[in-house]
Design a protein around this ligand. Structure first.
Ligand code: NAD
Ligand code: ZN
Ligand code: ZN
Length: 231
């Protein structure tokens, strides 16, 4: 599987070696590209400079390897400069379930359709090697979490994208809750959901005229786009 690959095997698919790099800093270590990165443990040997083949940004080879090894090691990399994704980006969402169904009630602003309700459930557990504190427990608060979309065409597309994001472990992560300050707990991961049904007291409800555009952008920045629906 992709997860068994080394940093070198993954990164070699997406880069070209640059023999005459520009006189610039590496965006990962801020050392000049022509100098050796502090991530390079073999001080005798100079650092190769690699260029990502689509976005053409430059990095030390050892910096790209270190970046890969500090992430989810899922066979993908994301350019730290422009966020271009190479391969299929996955996250470290802990195990749980995603369910959805249509309920016969309308959301504010969508009087002529029912509502898609998504239910996420993630129990507490023990952090794995891909989490911030491997071996430690994590808590899970406020589950099952209910989320809402009007049952219209754009939301049915968003739902399909959210299912892909769930399968790629991108909807939740483990970290410190901004709301409660609790560390080592399951938190939302940059894809905003509407968790308030009939009103918008929290800002996590409807009406929100920019919501569909925003969530499609948030999904896209995790690599989940309409292109994923073709196959
Ligand atoms: P967080 O507070 O770390 O925030 C992460 C992201 O989630 C932010 O972008 C934030 O805007 C968004 N977010 C925060 N509250 C949200 C909400 N109610 N609905 C949708 N998005 C929200 O993330 P977190 O700790 O995962 O989320 C906090 C929410 O979790 C609380 O509002 C509550 O719904 C739930 N919670 C419930 C309990 C409980 O004991 N019932 C405890 C903790 C958290
Ligand atoms: Zn570097
Ligand atoms: Zn780039």
């Amino acid at each position: 599987s992709l997860r068994g690959q080394t940093a070198e095997e993954v990164i070699s698919k997406y880069v070209e070696k640059e023999e005459s790099p520009p006189d610039e800093e590496c965006p990962i270590c801020f050392e000049k590209l022509c100098n050796v990165s502090h991530y390079n443990e073999d001080e005798e040997e100079g650092d190769s400079v690699l260029k990502l083949d689509r976005c053409r940004h430059f990095f030390h080879q050892s910096c790209l390897y270190a970046m890969y090894n500090s992430g989810p090691k899922d066979g993908s990399i994301q350019c730290p400069t422009c966020k271009a994704i190479y391969g299929v980006k996955c996250g470290n969402q802990p195990p749980g379930s995603m369910d959805y169904h249509v309920i016969p009630h309308s959301l504010p602003g969508f009087p002529s359709c029912g509502t898609i309700r998504i239910i996420y459930n993630i129990p507490p557990g023990t952090q794995g090697p891909e989490h911030p504190s491997p071996g430690r427990r994590y808590s899970s608060r406020g589950f099952p979490r209910m989320c809402y979309l009007p049952d219209n065409e754009i939301s049915r597309k968003i739902l399909r994208l959210l299912i892909i994001a769930w399968e790629r472990r991108l909807i939740f992560t483990i970290g410190t809750s901004v709301t409660t300050g609790e560390p080592n707990t399951v938190v939302w991961n940059e894809i905003h959901h509407k968790t308030e049904f009939g009103s918008n007291v929290t800002g996590h409800g409807f009406p929100d005229p920019n919501y569909f555009t925003n969530i499609l952008g948030e999904l896209a920045s995790q690599g989940v786009t309409e292109d994923c629906l073709d196959d």
